[in-house]
Each structure stands twice: as C-alpha cells, then as structure tokens.
Ligand binder design. Structure first.
Ligand code: BTN
Length: 288
C-alpha cells in the first residue's frame, strides 16, 4: 500500500482535507475550541503525522491545525523508537503550534498536552486509575495507553514566537492486542473499559482541554498546568532512578516536583537536581 509523507502531493492532500472536514463535522457537537482542530488533514495511512504536520507548518498552516491518521507506517516515538498501531483502531495526531515562550519553556507545552490527554481519558470512565509517567506517558494501571513526541523547527538562533512545535500524540484507543516485548507494557482504553471508545469524541475532549491549557501558559507562567500535571504524576514523592538516554548514565533520588520550566526535580544525596529528559524507573525497595 502506498502512503504520502508530503503535504504537497496535490490529490492526496485534497483528499486529506476533505476527510478532515468530515472528521470536524463528526466532532462538531463536542468540539468547543476556537483554533485547535478547526483545520484538519486526515489520512488513512501516512509515514508519520509529525512529518506531514512539519511540512504543512512550514507552508503556513494556522496554529492549532491537526494532522490525523488512521494508520502510520513510520510512527516515531521518543529516543528514536518506533510507534506502532493496528490500522483504524487508535488515535494518532499532530498539533501545529507556535508557542510565544522561550525555547527552554517548551517542556511546559508537553505537560499541557499530556495533562489534557490524561484528563480526557479519565472522563471516558470515572473509575479508570489514570496516571502520568514523567515526562509524557499516560498510564492506566501501570500500562501505557498514550505517548507524546514534540518536534521543533525554526531559526537556528531561537527567536521567541518563531519556532514551530509539532506535538504528536498517539493513544491506544480500540486496539485489542499488543506485542509483549515493550519496555513498558501497553494497554488500550477499550481493554481497560471493556467497550469500544468513540475516537472523534475523545479527540474533541482532548482538544477542549489542551487549547485553554496551552493559552494559559503565556499568562500564568505554567502554574496551572504544573498543578494539573502533578495531581496525576505517579512518581511524586517516590524514590526513582532516572536513566539518561543521551548520556547513558542514571541518577537516583526522590521526586520532589516539577520545575517552573517543566523539568523533573529530584532530591538526591548531592542535593536538588533538575532533569530535562530521561526514563524513570521505580526503586521499590527504597520506598518502604
Ligand atoms: C513515545 O511514547 O515514545 C511517543 C510516541 C508518540 C507517537 C505519536 S503518534 C502521532 C505522532 N506521529 C508520530 O510519528 N509520533 C507521534
């Protein structure tokens, strides 16, 4: 099967916009945003929605425009990992943003996106124990149902407001089987709730939370996003090991909170450390 990875492919692009309009129509009753999700390109199959969104952004897409796919053949995860899906079952989309924040505060955009997904997932079924694994995985009962990947582009010397951020969100919605070789076991909302979940309604609910949370970043310095995020952070107060994929080493300590720029605050034997990336694992033996 062929797929397009460029928004410039005329006929495929026109089809994607038409499919996007019909998705917007399906969400219409539920969508309460002004900008997020008001322009949509929807594909049956793409390489990665983040790639299409980046090229659409470079061509002038409006802020809040979405690229949505029913299947990705080259879905990207964090740290160069792949993101896979069973066609037609999940939500995979990318939101185009142009944050008016200094680059070192872009982590807050991810906290806003991650919290919005967690809150929307929690409203699907009030009994679901939904938590966040720093920096941006959403878990149900310790199994991952959502991952987020932000990719930026812009001038090499950062200028506030001139950098584009593509926030890619992958949610296991109705997939009913997962390989058992993931580092973190996977689950889907359907498996956890015991019923199929309405994907357009879930998408609308996420966007309804994400747009105001994102807009508030510019006025409250990230205070409300950090508060919402911390309420669901599974590791808050726990003794953890944070592995740095970049440096190949690990650091241990107790999770003390989230810094004003969205980094993890870790109390270590050497004092308070601020971590901007890494993989968290628990040290159960230290928790007693
Ligand atoms: C992770 O958990 O490692 C992040 C996964 C991000 C997956 C989403 S799916 C939509 C968007 N397009 C991609 O290629 N990746 C993100």
């Amino acid at each position: 099967m062929t797929y397009s990875n460029s928004y410039t492919d005329g006929q495929i692009w026109a089809q994607a916009l038409a499919r996007g309009r019909s998705l917007l129509h399906e969400m219409e009753g539920a969508l309460a945003t002004r900008r997020f999700g008001r322009s949509i390109a929807r594909y049956e199959e793409v390489g990665s929605t983040n790639t299409i969104a980046a090229s659409w952004a470079a061509a002038g897409a409006s802020e809040g425009a979405l690229v949505v796919a029913d299947h990705q053949v080259r879905g990207r995860g964090r740290h160069g990992r792949a993101w896979t899906d069973a066609p037609g079952t999940n939500l995979m989309f990318s939101v185009i943003l142009r944050p008016t924040l200094p680059l070192d505060r872009f982590g807050l955009v991810m906290l806003a996106a991650c919290s919005s997904v967690a809150e929307a997932v929690a409203t699907v079924d009030a009994s679901l124990p939904v938590s966040i694994k720093w920096p941006n995985d959403v878990l149900i009962r310790d199994r991952k149902c959502c991952g987020l990947l932000m990719e930026t582009s812009g001038p090499s010397a950062p200028v506030v407001g001139r950098t584009t951020a593509v926030v890619g969100i992958g949610i296991n919605v109705n997939q009913d089987e997962f390989p058992d070789n993931f580092a973190l076991p996977a689950t889907s909302l359907a498996l956890e709730c015991g019923r199929l979940i309405d994907r357009p309604a879930l998408l609308a609910s996420i966007l309804n939370g994400f747009e105001p949370a994102y807009e508030k970043l510019a006025t409250d310095g990230g205070a409300s996003v950090r508060e919402t995020y911390l309420r669901r952070l599974e590791s808050l107060g726990a003794y953890v090991r944070v592995y740095s994929v970049k440096q190949g080493d690990a650091i241990e300590g107790r999770v003390a909170g989230i810094s004003p720029i969205g980094a993890l605050l870790l109390e270590t034997d050497e004092g308070l450390r601020t971590l901007t990336s890494g993989e968290v694992t628990f040290h159960r033996d230290q928790e007693a």
